[in-house]
Design a protein around this ligand. Sequence first.
Ligand SMILES: *[C@@H]1O[C@H](CO)[C@@H](O)[C@H](O)[C@H]1NC(C)=O
Ligand SMILES: *[C@@H]1O[C@H](CO)[C@@H](O)[C@H](O)[C@H]1NC(C)=O
Ligand SMILES: *[C@@H]1O[C@H](CO)[C@@H](O)[C@H](O)[C@H]1NC(C)=O
Ligand SMILES: *[C@@H]1O[C@H](CO)[C@@H](O)[C@H](O)[C@H]1NC(C)=O
Ligand SMILES: *[C@@H]1O[C@H](CO)[C@@H](O)[C@H](O)[C@H]1NC(C)=O
Length: 408
Amino acid sequence: MEEVISEADRQEEKLQVFPMKMSRINTGKFSILILMAQTLAFICIIFKFHDSPLPPVKKYQRTHMIILSTWRSGSSFTGQLFSQHPDVFYLMEPVWHVWSKMHQNSVNLLHMAARDLVRSVFLCDMSVFEAYLPPEKFSSSFFQWETSRALCSPPVCNLFKRSDIIPQNHCKLLCPKNPFNITEKACKSYSHIVLKEVRFFDLKVLYPLLRDPSLNVKILHLVRDPRGVFHSREKTTSALSFDTKIVLGDIESQNSDADYEMIKQICESQVEMYRTVMTSNFSRLRSHYHMVRYEDIADDPIENARQMYQFANLNFTPKLKTWVHNITHGKGQGMSFVINSRDARNVSRAWRDHLPFKTVYRIQNICKEALKVFGYRTLKTETEQKNLSVNILLPPPKLSTGTNAPLT
Ligand SMILES: *[C@@H]1O[C@H](CO)[C@@H](O)[C@H](O)[C@H]1NC(C)=O
Ligand SMILES: *[C@@H]1O[C@H](CO)[C@@H](O)[C@H](O)[C@H]1NC(C)=O
Ligand SMILES: *[C@@H]1O[C@H](CO)[C@@H](O)[C@H](O)[C@H]1NC(C)=O
Ligand SMILES: *[C@@H]1O[C@H](CO)[C@@H](O)[C@H](O)[C@H]1NC(C)=O
Ligand SMILES: *[C@@H]1O[C@H](CO)[C@@H](O)[C@H](O)[C@H]1NC(C)=O
């Protein structure tokens, strides 16, 4: 049974206490008191509804989406497209908590705890964070909590409306330290739970979630040109070093080639995840999977947002449309996002101006499969690299649905 009902039951019990206490008072006054009590109850109920205008959404009516990506692939931006949607409860990389708490373990070992955490959050069961957060915790204890519009609006924070587009620096300033237990109630009041994750290297780990009858899981797989990923990672090496250590191990991560080793792991796992879907006879996986390239989003944010919302079964409201346009086309037009209104297309291509060709060449060799599978052209010369009229974006791969394998 859902909480609405038990809450209502409790409310009813409370109301019945009133007339019983009144029974010693004489009948004339009694009926006035009854009337007053009823009025009071009515006001209480009005207030209650005013407090939480949206009752919990039934479990089986919820959609659970995971945005699977890797570091520096435009996943924060894509995450925001969902987080700012008024029907979405979003968390950015909750598995970060698992990795930071158990950093002495390997990726494979951590996969299982990560999956368990994702499943719990999908079910709005935040008790899983008892293991990862200190006893005194708040709505702002989640990793990068301010990127979640849901943690910045009612019932968590009443300073904004649920339908507002909420810049994360405003939220961070105005909405910290709300009670942790409200986040569960908040989660249950949304039809869509969306999590962005960069710490899964194997899609099969998620199979049990797809099979789970209490979940309706969709996988949005976001990929990016590995040359762009590499360039962007170079600028944030120290911030990523903690994760690099877990992926490569202590010793390997100290190696001078660690950056290349990392991009190798990333390329291989991204290709493997895509291939897993392509060759799978698990029909639920195939029908609940959508692949998107960051460069396509940057080239045509509105159209790609439309497709992603459609996949997630969300409305693309006029307000969101304007906002998506604003944040991808603005020139210093102060939308105060960390992912702000830079020209999205330029950002996605910056590596072509900045990476030395010999680096590009080396990455192309390491990530040959990824370039081929995801449709990125291999560059042959530095001249080609620097000439932005040379289009490197080939048509995106299509999910092949014509295999003869039996479907499950
Ligand atoms: C949430 O926790 C606070 C104390 O931090 C408590 O007063 C409140 O009753 C709790 N609410 C729910 C819904 O559990
Ligand atoms: C988009 O930008 C315009 C012009 O700066 C602004 O007036 C409008 O409020 C913005 N809309 C959204 C939804 O961000
Ligand atoms: C984007 O790149 C083009 C060509 O390199 C340049 O002319 C334009 O000013 C850039 N726009 C922004 C917002 O950086
Ligand atoms: C850049 O590439 C375009 C398209 O391939 C080509 O037509 C053009 O001549 C190139 N420009 C230079 C300076 O090489
Ligand atoms: C799906 O494929 C795997 C291996 O290719 C096979 O073991 C399994 O039986 C297949 N499932 C169904 C239902 O055909």
